[in-house]
Design a protein around this ligand. Structure first.
Ligand code: ACM
Ligand code: ZN
Length: 519
């Protein structure tokens, strides 16, 4: 009857009762939550301006009730010209409205008598946008956030610091957004590139997210992916290196020095300002792709290891992450990190740090053991949840059919990521994200037993109609599930990245640093 994405838990059509018909006289009851977006949708789609009034005989009623158990759940009851959305919280009402939009669109405003009962599968339904490689405008970020809310996603993981650019204003370290926000050129262009968010803009985005029941987790990626910060403050690195903001993609060998107290001071100062800006009590501290090349040679890092009895540079990273974690814990915050660098083990790594498990394929056993021993884990596996990867690698079908559960316990949720080194424009981002986000959100929201790839494919036509209203430049089904040939070509095109990365540069730099260290 209705093709709603994500598929609700239960839809019961009630025969023998009259339904609802959207007309010029339809009203919607007054509630504190933001329903402008819903009213704009109705205006855009039906050219009807919903009036906000008390109940009348043809209306949409929003009702609070403790009878709905899940904080994010809702019930929709439609009969006798009235649609009632019932929820315990504003969030539940908001999700009910997202469902109602799709129904109105599909039925030209005429909804039969029915009842829908719905609640999410996972508490954490995340999406990450990389603003480090390219810095989207506030308007673009808000557009993505709104689209994510339509898919009932509720965590915005905002990747704000990168080798290629520092994107968040930190008042105590002004160079970060003077020098650190600008790279002299980019992978495929010879033009310079810059951009950052002021603290006022960050607050505006956070409020926009909160109005849509989305929590915001900022990422301050340390100790790796910090070349833009080191370019501003060379003392942050081992050997006080003079570097430029990175121009090319790839893993850099210069990272924050874990052996100097001045590094911790910088990190804690930045975190102090981030905690002021991001009140949702979780901060992502990166931890990915931190090459230990410099730490092995650095007298400061080595001295700290000796003093603390730390057996290897990998364990030194665990010490570093845990020390930062404890700083956050003292202020009532939880830390989150990528699980990337923990393959060498978790000695000294605090158990209360959440893991964004992106490298699951490589170390399923470790992640599973960690889950068993009590670590909180979000499945953000590169395959299939990195949506910067081509459809040929992470096809719509793969995304849909992927089971995110991990042996050993329950995961907190799932997260999809959009890395942007090769996704500079909004249209490219749209093409990468949609309809994969639709497949992803069914895993995040719908009950596993209600999932059906055939039903999902059948829903896509109407889903595309829905996206058209928001001017989304989605991939077609053929593009999202490419043929073998098309998929091979895509992989080759995507693979050209390796000609643009840091490899050679790293070799030269390594030689330089070895010379300094030998002196
Ligand atoms: C990552 O893919 N570097 C987290
Ligand atoms: Zn060092």
């Amino acid at each position: 009857m209705f093709n709603i994405i994500p598929q609700p838990n239960e839809i019961i059509i009630k025969s023998g009762r009259s339904g609802f018909f959207l007309t010029e006289d339809t009203t919607i009851t007054k509630v504190p939550l933001i329903i402008d977006e819903f009213r704009d949708f109705v205006k855009k789609t039906f050219d009807i301006r919903l009036h906000r009034e008390e109940k009348n005989e043809n209306c949409i009623i929003l009702t609070y009730s403790d009878g709905i158990e899940d904080d994010e759940g809702y019930r929709i009851v439609c009969e006798d010209s009235v649609i009632e959305i019932i929820a315990k919280t504003d969030c539940g009402l908001f999700y009910g409205l997202q469902t109602l939009k799709q129904m109105l669109l599909q039925s030209f405003g005429k909804i039969p008598a029915l009842e829908i009962n719905d609640k999410p599968m996972y508490k954490y339904r995340g999406f990450m946008i990389d603003s480090g490689r390219y810095c989207q405008s506030v308007k673009e970020i808000k557009r993505f956030v709104n689209l994510m809310a339509m898919h009932k996603l509720n965590v915005f993981h905002w990747h704000l610091t990168e080798d290629q650019g520092w994107r968040v204003e930190i008042k105590k370290y002004p160079e970060l957004t003077k020098k650190g926000q600008k790279r002299s050129h980019t992978n495929f262009g010879f033009k310079s590139y810059e951009g950052f968010f002021t603290q006022e803009q960050i607050k505006e985005v956070v409020k926009y997210c909160h109005d849509r029941f989305i929590k915001v987790i900022p990422e301050f990626d340390i100790p790796g992916h910090t070349v833009s910060a080191i370019a501003c403050y060379p003392y942050l690195s081992c050997f006080d290196r003079n570097l430029s903001v990175a121009t090319h993609w790839g893993v850099k060998h210069d990272i924050l020095c874990a052996g100097k107290e001045s590094t911790y001071k910088f990190v804690f100062d930045v975190l102090d300002e981030l905690m002021e800006l991001f009140p949702d009590k979780i901060i992502h501290i990166g931890g990915d792709e931190a090459v230990k090349m410099r730490w092995k040679l650095c007298p400061n890092c080595q001295a700290l290891m000796k003093k603390e009895g730390i057996s290897s540079e990998d364990v030194l990273q665990n010490y570093f992450m845990s020390r930062v974690n404890r700083y956050l814990n003292e202020k009532g915050y939880t830390s989150m990190m990528w699980n990337f660098e923990s393959e060498a083990g978790t000695e000294l790594l605090d158990k209360n740090i959440y893991w964004n498990a992106c490298s699951l394929e490589r170390n399923k056993k470790l992640v599973s053991d960690e889950l068993k021993s009590g670590r909180t884990i979000v499945n953000s596996s590169t395959f299939p949840y990195y949506f910067d990867f081509p459809h040929g690698t992470n096809s719509l079908k793969k995304v849909y059919e992927y089971n995110p559960e991990i042996d050993g316990g329950h995961i907190l949720g799932v997260e999809a990521s959009l890395w942007t080194e090769y996704v500079k424009t909004r249209n490219k981002a749209d093409y990468n994200l949609f309809p994969r986000i639709a497949a992803f959100c069914e895993t995040a929201w719908s009950q596993p037993e209600d999932k059906s790839y055939d039903r999902f494919l059948y829903s896509l036509g109407e889903y595309y109609d829905y996206l058209n209203i928001y001017h989304v430049r989605y991939a077609t089904l053929k593009q999202a599930n490419p043929s073998r040939l098309r998929s091979d070509v895509e992989k080759i095109v995507f693979g050209r990245r390796i000609f643009h990365w840091q490899g050679l540069h790293n070799l030269i730099d390594d030689a330089k640093v070895r010379k300094i260290a030998e002196k």
